[in-house]
Design a protein around this ligand. Structure first.
Ligand code: ADP
Ligand code: MG
Length: 753
């Protein structure tokens, strides 16, 4: 029995999905698998779990709901708790959430929102998912890697549960994007599941194409929003230029200088580690065959895709766009007074600011600047004007080499239509497309599923940990390419996570695309760490010589990515350019301090990460410290959480380590630095590059360049690296990013053996 407030009940009744309750519940009763499709805002996420709860699917059991994003898992659990009037009586006990780092699940939880990564981890512990009677895979149209895998796995779990006479119901919910990948895929569902379409009230949206397609889409976007604000009647205007760094609020210029720890507190040990004493002894060695291995059956942490963080780093972390300034662009005339910029819609693990759900104050206009996050998963009420740049900023990976680059590309037609649809939820609206109709005609119809765009080594390791040996036979909604699968297996074999078959056997496997290497004990341990396989290998090796706390800090920093603020952006004015230059010099200075000299400098950018994490924690991980040192505050908070989580996981793997997160961690000793270099090299071993010798310099484009096994083209040390001027003979790198050239980031020197 649910006692909703009358206001809440009235609000619910407005939702299109309410009239489909019976249809949906009948389908669920009759079929093991049901697909529910409906426009964003039709009420799928908030209402369907409640329908199921009221129909008794939550009795002695849990209704599981997965979301591709943490922010959605948290926000939706709160919203549903509130709708069910549970928030006051027993906050979040019946409706809970679980994301990578935190959750409020109890024994009384009946509806559990979680990220798809969390459910994937649960399947590893209990393949039949016996604690659930229903699992809802929400936002399936986003086609996130984990969502795709879950759908594949659950198609089998449902069959197994039916055999055991403990049926599991699977609901797949999606915006109205292509569902044929699910329904027309015989391998996935031998019998196509029923699709229930929820008709939403959609008011007409007039779409206006630009005559021409401007280069400067963010400037154009800004001008358009200002124009709407000046000329058009009330109604909010969301705007969505990706990478709108030009509007970002600038942090104040830093003036203070701080070391790691502050120079005065540095002990002799630290001086040594920072390379102030010459290195004379023979190099100590790490034993590459000595790693921690998980005792059987004990993987105990949630894993989760790098999720929101990465995307956010790409988009610039601050979304505040002060449209108040727009008035200067042609004077404040007409319109509805000041436009009110809303708080960021996605703030990492934080919730969207509640103010975006509330009507803006009298005499103001709400302007939402949104990334693709808001395209489908969050509904902000009352939007009347949509300005669509037509662009999306995504990390693009080369399938074989893994080289990544951020690319701003055109969205798909389906996405553009989603964006436009936002304008017609409450009344007829307008969508201004900043591109011509001819350009629109050339857009792809649908976005490509993530699994076809990303390296899959992480995923393959997870699947192998689930004892899925023949990955090629897995019922993927859309399978990754065979090259990507082979590349992933090769890497995992090299890391020791999979058993290498004899050479001839392997050749046969490759010829017939019958990849089937079983997982090793090391592989199982690596799968328990919620980080990429290369990093997991570093953790597995880290126990030796007291290196674990450092390995954890390094891996946490590598996983969060881009700890440093982007300072290479173009400046709008002379003044800003000077300020930017000042900041760049300051950050470069800090990096040199953190890297130290001698042995520690050889550890290169990894030493910088260690220094940044150490110094930041020493200063209490404050916003001020981050701003003063060019660090992204949100990234550093994320590093802190991940360090905590990795420490817990490592303790589960080897309890005798007895680790804890030390905010006043000493810098590593000189010999530890050397061990760390070996650990890093073991993890990044396939990312080796050799400096091109002067006698090989055929072409000027190879000056200061490096050669890697996979690429024909030269690669370079990124200018932001502390090894940029050092040019060691051999290096390992964390990743290659292509901008104007191919650049290696996260570089460490390797000694010639
Ligand atoms: P769907 O999953 O179909 O996109 P939702 O169930 O997420 O739809 O949303 C249904 C409605 O609930 C939307 O109109 C949205 O405005 C409203 N809503 C969702 N979350 C909140 C919230 N935190 N506060 C106020 N309204 C909300
Ligand atoms: Mg939804």
């Amino acid at each position: 029995p649910v006692n909703r407030t009358p206001e809440m009940q009235a609000e619910r009744l407005q939702l299109p999905i309410l009239s489909e309750e019976q249809v949906i519940m009948e389908a669920v009763a009759e079929h093991p698998i049901v697909i529910v499709c409906g426009e964003t805002g039709s009420g799928k996420t908030t209402q369907v779990p409640q329908f199921l709860y009221e129909a008794g699917y939550g009795s002695d059991s849990v209704i599981g709901v997965t979301e591709p994003r943490r922010v959605a898992a948290m926000a939706m659990s709160q919203r549903v708790a509130k709708e069910m009037s549970l928030a006051h009586a027993c906050p979040c006990r019946v409706v809970s959430y679980q994301i990578r780092y935190e959750g409020n699940v109890t024994n009384e939880t009946r509806i559990k929102f979680m990220t798809d990564g969390v459910l994937l981890k649960e399947i590893q512990k209990d393949f039949l998912l016996l604690k659930y009677k229903v699992v809802i895979i929400d936002e399936a149209h986003e086609r996130s890697v984990y969502t795709d895998i879950l759908i594949g796995l659950l198609s089998r779990v449902v069959a197994l549960r039916a055999k055991r006479r403990r049926p599991l119901k699977l609901l797949i919910m999606s915006a109205t994007l292509r569902v044929e990948d699910f329904t027309q895929n015989q391998r996935l569902f031998a019998r196509p599941p029923p699709v229930i379409k929820v008709e939403s009230r959609q008011f007409p949206v007039t779409v206006h194409f630009n005559k021409r397609t401007p280069e400067d889409y963010s400037g154009e976007c800004f001008r358009k929003v200002c124009k709407i604000h000046r000329m058009l009647p009330a109604g909010e205007a969301p705007a969505g230029p990706p990478g709108h760094s030009r509007y970002r609020a600038r942090p104040p210029l830093c003036t203070q200088s701080r070391g790691f720890p502050p120079a005065g507190l540095r002990g002799a040990r630290q001086e040594r580690a920072l390379g102030l004493q010459a290195q004379s002894r023979a190099l100590p060695h790490i034993n590459l065959d000595s790693y921690s291995v998980l005792p059987a059956g004990e993987a105990d942490e949630d894993r989760e895709a790098e999720a929101d963080g990465d995307e956010e780093a790409a988009l610039g972390s601050d979304l505040d766009l002060d449209l108040g300034d727009g008035d200067s662009d042609g004077g404040a005339g007409g319109g509805v007074g000041r436009a009110q910029p809303a708080a960021p819609v996605s703030s990492g693990p934080l919730l969207p600011c509640a103010s975006v759900f509330r009507p803006p104050p009298e005499g103001t206009r709400l302007c939402v600047v949104a990334t693709n996050v808001a395209e489908t998963s969050l509904t902000i009420p009352g939007i009347k004007y949509v300005v669509d740049s037509g662009k999306v900023k995504k990390r693009h990976y080369d399938r074989v080499t893994g080289v990544s680059s951020f690319r701003v590309t055109w969205v798909s037609q389906a996405s553009a239509d989603q964006r436009a649809g936002r304008a017609g939820r409450t009344e007829p609206g307008h969508c201004y497309r900043l591109y011509s109709s001819a350009v629109f005609g050339d857009f792809e119809q649908f976005p490509a599923p993530e699994i076809t765009r990303k390296p899959v080594e992480d995923l393959i390791l997870q699947m192998k940990a689930l004892n899925i040996e023949k990955v090629v036979n897995f019922p993927f909604p859309t399978p990754p390419s065979v090259e990507a699968l082979v590349a992933a297996e090769e890497l995992l074999i090299a890391l020791g996570a999979l058993q290498a078959p004899p050479k001839t056997e392997r050749l046969k496997q490759l010829q017939r695309s019958r990849l089937s290497c079983p997982i090793t004990a090391l592989g199982r341990t690596m799968a328990a760490f919620p980080v990429a396989p290369r990093c997991a290998k570093m953790l597995a090796l880290g126990r030796q010589h007291g290196c674990l706390p450092y390995a954890i800090a390094v891996v946490a920093a590598m996983t969060v990515r881009e700890l440093f603020e982007e300072l290479d952006r173009p400046a709008a004015s002379e003044e800003e350019l000077t300020a930017l230059r000042g900041r760049r010099a300051r950050v470069a200075q800090m990096k040199r301090t953190w890297a130290g000299r001698g042995a520690s400098l050889k550890l290169g950018d990894v030493m910088v990460l260690l220094g940044a994490v150490g110094a930041c924690e020493y200063a209490g991980c404050s916003r001020e410290f981050c701003e003063a040192n060019g660090l992204r505050f949100k990234a550093m908070l994320e590093v802190r959480r991940l360090r905590g989580q990795l420490t817990t996981t490592v303790n589960a793997v080897c309890p005798e380590a007895g680790l804890f997160v030390d905010p006043k961690m000493d810098p590593p000793t000189e010999s530890q630095v050397t061990y760390l270099r070996q650990i890093v090299t073991a993890g990044l071993g396939d990312h080796l590059a050799r400096r091109v010798q002067s006698e090989e310099l055929l072409d000027d484009k190879w000056r200061n360049a490096y050669k890697t096994p996979l690429l024909d083209d030269p690669v370079f040390i990124h200018p932001s690296s502390v090894l940029f001027r050092e040019l060691p003979e051999f290096v390992v790198y964390q990743e290659i990013v292509e901008t104007t050239k191919m650049y290696m980031k996260g570089v460490s020197a390797v000694d010639e053996q």
